[in-house]
Structures are given as C-alpha cells and as structure tokens.
Design a binder for this molecule. Sequence first.
Ligand code: ADQ
Length: 473
Amino acid sequence: MSRLIVISNRVTAPKARSEEGAQGGLSVALAAALREYRGLWFGWSGLKTEEFTGHIDLQRRDGVTTATIDLEEQDVDEYYNGYANRTLWPLFHFRIDLAEYDRSFGSGYERVNERFAETVAPLIEPDDLIWVHDYHLIPLGMQLRERRLKNRIGFFLHIPWPPHRLLVSLPFHQRLVRSMLAYDLIGFQTEEWLDSFHHYIEREMGGTVASDGTVRVGNRSVKTAAFPIGIDAQDFARVTRTPTARQAYERLKRSAEDKHVIIGVDRLDYSKGLPERFLGYRRFLEEHDDVRGKVALLQIAPPSRGEVHTYEEIRAHLDELSGRINGEFAHVDWVPIRYVNQGYPREELAGFYRASEIALITPLRDGMNLVAKEYVAAQDPENPGVLILSRFAGAALQLRDALLVNPYSKDEISDAIARALDMPLEERKRRWRAMMDVVEKDDVLWWRKNFVEALQSAVSDQSDARQATELVP
Ligand code: ADQ
C-alpha cells in the first residue's frame, strides 16, 4: 500500500490516544489516516527562526510521523499574515473590500511554497500519495512537479472558491489557477464552490469540464469533485458523554437558571458574521419584549490571527456592540449577551452545545462550518435543540432541516429565533433526526476515504502534469 503524505500550513502533532479529546476532529481524522497508510504529516511548526535553514524536525508519536520546519519572520509576514490571510482569505470569502494586494505578499507566498517543496521533496518516495491542504499551499503541487515528482498529488480547499467575477480582481489570478493544473485531483467542500471553479476554467482559461468533473485545459486533465468535510460523529457522541462534558452542561444549565440559552461558537473572524448576528439578536429583543429576561445569547469567540489588523478591528467592534446591547437591555439580574473571548476543549464545548436550546451559526460565508455539525451531534435525541444556520455556509447544503437564514437580515435572524423558541418537540425531533443522519453518514472518515480513494484512482498522466508547469507564465 502507498504511503500518505499530508501537507498543510500547520501540523497539529498527534497526542496520545488518551488525550485525543483535546484535539480538533480534523487532526484526529488525518492522524488516523496517517496511521493507516504509514505516512507523514509535513508543515510549518508555527515557530520563527532568524534565517530559513530547511532543518526538518521529525517526530514520531502514537504511530504518526510529523515533519515540521520553522519559517523566517519575513516569510510569516508575507506568506501567512500577508498573502494567505490578507489577500486570499478575504477574497475567497467574498470580502473584496478587505483584500489587500501587495507585491511582497505574492512573492513571499511563492517563496514559502518553494521552501515547502524543496524541503519535503527528499522525504517523498515514488509510490507515495500526496495530499495538500488549503489556500496557503495552492501552488505547492506545481512546485513539486518542477522538482520532477511523478506522484499522485491531490489538493483540498477548506474554504469557499469565489465566483469568477470576484476572482479576476486578484492580480495574477491566472498564474494561481494554472498552477493548480499540476494536481491530479482538486477537491472542494460543496458543489457551489466546485461550480465556481468550473466557470473560471471555462470562461477565463478556455478550458472544458466533462460531466464527471474532469477539467481539461490544453492537454492537461485534472479530476475535480466536491468532498463535503464532516466531523467524527461517533467520537463526538462519546465526547458528549464524558464527565467533563456533563460538568460543562450542568455548569451552563445552572448559570442560565430557567433561561433559554442560544449559543454561537466561532473563531473571531469577520467571515463568521458576528456583528450581524448580534444585531439580529438585538432586533429579536426589540420585537419580543415578553421574552426579554428569558433568553441569553452565549457567544464564544476566541481571537485568531491577532497579527492581522482587520482582526483587531473586528474585536474592538464586537466589544463595543455587545457592551451597547447589554447596556440597552440588561436588568440587575439579567444580561442578554454573554460574550466570551476564549476557546474551550472539545468536551466542554460538547456540554455547552447540549445545554443550549438553540445554536445561532450565521457566517456570511463559510467553506463548510463544523460547529453546526458538532451542535447537531451533541444533542439529546429525546429533547434536541434547534439549529439556525446561515444559508451561505457550505453546511447549509447538507443540513437542510436547520432553520436557514440570510445572515445579513436582522429580520430573518429575529424571526428564526422566535420560531425556534416556539417549535414543538415533535418538529424538533424530526428536524434533528434528518440532520443527524447526514452528520453520521457523511462523517470525517467518509470524507477522507472518499478523497484518498479518488486520488488513488486519478489517472496521472505525467507528461501532461509537466506541461501544466509550462503553462504558468
Ligand atoms: P474554521 O473557519 O476554523 O475552519 P469551523 O469549521 O466552524 O471553522 O471550525 C473548526 C473547529 O474549530 C471546530 O471543530 C470547532 O469546534 C473549533 N472551534 C471553533 N470555535 C471554537 C472555540 N471558541 N473554542 C474551541 N474550539 C472552537 C475552516 C473553514 C471551515 C471548514 C473547516 C474544515 O473556514 O469552513 O468547515 O476549515 O474544513
């Protein structure tokens, strides 16, 4: 059996199995795949070094080998904080107004992708399957081909793919997309993002798309498909039964007294629609004075990407907005919004999800959104809560029995909260069962199995793959 080489920006070192509860579902699933295929996981350590040395820190723990490198300060500024998080992230989340185009970001991005390729290439054996993850590493496949690697190489994008008309606002967009033709398989979260990619290929590159998703540009063919990512539903159900989860459940229930808890859990990011959510909740309080004092919104949002200015701004904005809404509506014994800037281990989150009658998950755009699936998996089947979900999250295409809302509309958010609070038990159970079926069936194991099998069966014509690198101007 071939080995699997996973390459992502950051590597989450596997913990001992007994500690796995503290890790994200994705890293657990990838670690399981790496154990099965005897592979290795390569990426940035998260550490900075004065000068790039290419030194690889190889570690083996619990059956998984990780190989990490440190990056220079300038690399981190230009590649990670720059091109990845200030150019691609906003643009791919339809926030062209926030996207910054700086020549140094683009060159830093390509330099780091070259450094990744240069360092990982000697670790790769001819039969290895290579799986590259996310927007930080789009040109990596081409960089590996330039080093004469003939392996099957797949790429999975965790975030949305923007519509053609938006993507052309990116300087050198053709160069970026052409570099993707070096892969054998390109995976997206949903059919919607896949369609946008196909439109770009047809309209901007004069390529064709066959009915099986094979994209053809010049002589180069690449397989493309949607692989909606899931959670480890079985494990999440187990986590929900742990003593820590039960304690977290009790703690939230006790502190809420008899109030209906509405929960939101997100990284603090402008794509998650937090100000719009607070304003939608404010509209609800305004319109339903009879319920004031009987509901509480618990928003958990730990800061992320603190080195990027826009993230400082969103944080300041939310502090101000939550303070203003609380000041406007609070009583001596009731605060409408509990806004918490810290992350919690999975066990505790599971307990909080189960103790909340409603989840309000309203990103303005999201590749998938795993929190929505975790909320569903943590519910009590006999008394499940209601999921209110943005129709612009990838998850909305699968969780059709959520109450789907336009996250920009205060009225829709307000009406959905009112409807959720009044929803009869039978309807809650019916909706939950339908969503839980999807969460259980299309779980993370299914996702990675599908992707790896599709990659194994991708016909890799290497003469074409080398040509792809020649297509890049
Ligand atoms: P994210 O934007 O990080 O992921 P999401 O999928 O919702 O978004 O969350 C990922 C994980 O982080 C979840 O497992 C969640 O439990 C955890 N998490 C979020 N907030 C937390 C908190 N406050 N405390 C502790 N844990 C928290 C990107 C894309 C998504 C895509 C995923 C996976 O943006 O669209 O679903 O990758 O592909």
